[in-house]
Design a protein around this ligand. Structure first.
Ligand SMILES: O=C(O)CCC(=O)C(=O)O
Ligand SMILES: [Fe+2]
Length: 242
């Protein structure tokens, strides 16, 4: 299941993020795949961890969904920048659950997928099943779906090599549609929601990202607890982009 979030990130936050990610974005320009920026949030050092930005993004969305998803120990499981190079191919159809079976034995991860620019179909925006859309309240039943068969396919990988086999994917895509998102808009989808993206047919990188939340109980590899993120003292006041 998936839903559109009503909250929207301010242009100021997004522009600050794009400025800090400028080198990654410019290196991704010619990349034929997706740049994930796995270290961008929280992983480098205390001066360059961009956690002030993650805090701002999180605070924009979390109040709308916290009580509905009602995780026991809410954590940011991981984050990804999803910068798709100009001309890069689409991402093959998959459920994220296929990647996370050992990471998240009891399925608790869900993703907030954020447009960092206006995402058109030509840009390689997200393609989902309209019939699976719910209201934000409906997300309380998240992660109750079932897994479909996936295979490893490094040929049509586009950075996501575990995919629904081509014949089944072709059939499923008949009832899927491109979902338009404006800069700063986001949607949430659970780990059973099958999704795909088209190629980036434009001359500039596609700018999107995701924050994956989960229940951190009995885990030790997540990025950080949401209560720690909220109470984090960042040096945001000294940043030139504030
Ligand atoms: O960005 C894409 O093309 C696909 C992203 C995706 O599959 C994901 O965020 O789980
Ligand atoms: Fe995915």
């Amino acid at each position: 299941m998936w839903c559109r979030l009503k909250s929207r990130i301010s242009a100021g936050t997004i522009d600050a993020l794009l400025e800090r990610a400028a080198d990654l974005i410019s290196n991704a320009q010619q990349d034929n795949s997706i740049t994930f920026g796995k270290d961008f949030f929280g992983r480098i050092d205390s001066q360059n961890n961009n956690l002030d930005l993650l805090q701002r993004l999180h605070q924009d969305f979390w109040p709308e969904i916290a009580d509905i998803v009602n995780l026991k120990l809410p954590v940011v499981d991981h984050t990804s920048l999803l910068i798709k190079g100009a001309g890069a191919p689409g991402t093959a159809l998959h459920q994220d659950r296929a990647y996370w079976v050992s990471r998240d034995p009891e399925p608790t991860i869900f993703s907030v997928w954020i447009a960092l620019e206006d995402l058109t179909e030509e840009k390689g925006g997200l393609i989902l099943t309209p019939a699976n859309q719910v209201s934000v309240d409906g997300m309380s039943a998240f992660n109750t779906g079932s897994i479909i068969e996936h295979t490893q396919d490094y040929k049509q990988a586009g950075g996501f090599p575990i995919t629904v086999p081509v014949a089944a994917a072709t059939e499923m895509k008949q009832s899927m549609e491109f979902i338009s998102l404006a800069k700063g808009e986001a949607l949430a989808f659970d780990s059973f929601e099958a999704h795909t993206t088209g190629p980036n047919q434009t001359t500039t990188p596609r700018l999107a990202m995701k924050i994956a939340y989960s229940d951190g109980t009995d885990k030790d590899y997540y990025l950080m607890r949401t209560d720690q993120l909220v109470s984090l003292e960042t040096d945001a006041g000294n940043r030139p982009d504030q």
